[in-house]
Design a protein around this ligand. Structure first.
Ligand code: SAH
Ligand code: SF4
Length: 351
């Protein structure tokens, strides 16, 4: 059975039997993404023979909620089941002025950063556009966010390296951003990458694209090679050159993320080197003190070290400290590895 969620208008047209008018595809598209129906029976203007034809080969394709964990700070981590019995994680973070949905682009991740729990899973598979957009549909629906659509903020910072699955990521972005469909502004979608240089050029060339965030995480080539083996192929100097040439839109700044590891990359000298590396890039920096986890051989610096690092950066560009969300339920950055034991699980929603 083919899932409908993830299909664009052109895909839906190919499902119509000969003789059906093309506007039927638009009706299905509206129902899926604008009205967000759960079943084909909820599309009243669809003739019954066409509905039965579709039902014989297609399913709506919503993700299944396998578990939902509630943090003391309001964050919720979701384990969402896929059609092939694999599952993927997504996180809902309510804030004062917006609601952030952190979604995954792959099951696991092959990139092998030494501070990241997801890396310990390896790569299980890429997600489809439907599975990527489906996470937003599920979390926004479960938390009643569609009534306040403008508050929705999406970050592709869950499991996976989005640029290793760029076609599906961009297709999901087009579905999310379509004003006739889910209508999330591209200003409110951010993709974070470990820095796959050729793919950054590809994303730059695409018409509908999210904001770009690059995980820097080190202040020298050698340090970055140790922490992020991907640097052996994609050198830091070339990455920064690509960032300098990246065609930002008028409203956009590039974001750099920097995970602070105690005694490894968190000194004043590191901060001064970061300032030099990012010179002449229109950017801001998000600092993330390491979120620890079993099997991660690093420690978290104290808050005064993090603030001192931020102070040096702030002389040159905006630098923020990312507050960890959902640490108690393994929902924070780099912690998504399907942890289950010892957590508060919410009961399943009434069906
Ligand atoms: N694969 C992409 C997006 C997912 S990771 C990327 O690497 O950019 C999202 C962010 O979490 C990245 O900036 C990454 O550096 C950071 N991160 C990974 N592990 C972390 C950890 N243990 N503590 C804090 N941040 C972490
Ligand atoms: Fe993959 Fe990002 Fe984790 Fe690196 S930090 S292993 S790229 S998810």
């Amino acid at each position: 059975m083919q899932p409908l969620i993830g299909m664009d208008l052109a895909d839906l047209r190919t499902l119509l039997p000969p003789g059906e008018p093309a506007f039927r595809a638009q009706q299905i598209y509206d129902a899926l993404y604008s009205r967000r129906v759960r079943t084909l029976a909820e599309i009243p203007n669809l003739p019954r023979p066409l509905r039965q034809h579709l039902e014989s080969s297609c399913i709506p394709g919503h993700l299944r909620q396998d578990a939902r964990y509630q943090s003391a700070d309001g964050t919720r981590r979701y384990l969402l089941g896929l059609a092939d019995s694999k599952s993927v994680e997504a996180v809902f973070m309510p804030e004062d002025s917006r609601d952030t949905l952190c979604i995954s682009t792959q099951v696991g991740c092959p990139v092998d950063c030494k501070f990241c729990l997801t890396a310990l899973m390896g790569l299980e598979r890429n997600l489809t556009a439907g599975e990527i957009a489906g996470q937003v549909l599920h979390l926004a629906g479960d938390n009643g966010l569609w009534a306040h659509q403008k508050r929705i903020n999406v970050v592709m910072m869950g499991q996976g390296e989005p640029l290793l699955n760029l076609d599906q990521v961009l297709k999901a972005t087009r579905l999310l951003c379509d004003p006739q469909g889910l209508n999330v502004s591209p200003r409110r979608i951010t993709l974070s990458t470990s820095g796959l240089i050729p793919k950054i050029a590809e994303i730059a060339a695409s018409e509908v694209r999210p904001r770009l965030a690059v995980s820097l995480n080190a202040s020298t080539e050698e340090q970055r090679r140790e922490l992020m083996p991907v640097t052996r192929k994609y050198h830091l100097a070339d990455l920064l050159e690509t960032c300098r040439a990246y065609p930002l839109r008028s409203w956009e700044k590039l974001t750099f993320e920097y995970v602070l590891l105690k005694g490894v990359n968190d000194t004043d000298a590191d901060a001064r080197r970061v300032v030099r590396l990012l010179a002449r890039i229109n950017c801001k920096v998000n600092l993330i003190a390491l979120n620890p986890g079993p099997g991660i051989p690093f420690e978290t610096p104290g808050p005064e070290r993090v603030t001192a690092f931020q102070a040096i950066l702030r002389n040159s560009f905006p630098a923020f400290i990312r507050r960890p969300r959902g640490l108690d339920i393994f929902a924070a950055c780099g912690q998504l590895k399907r942890m289950e034991s010892g957590l508060v699980e919410l009961p399943p929603p009434p069906s």
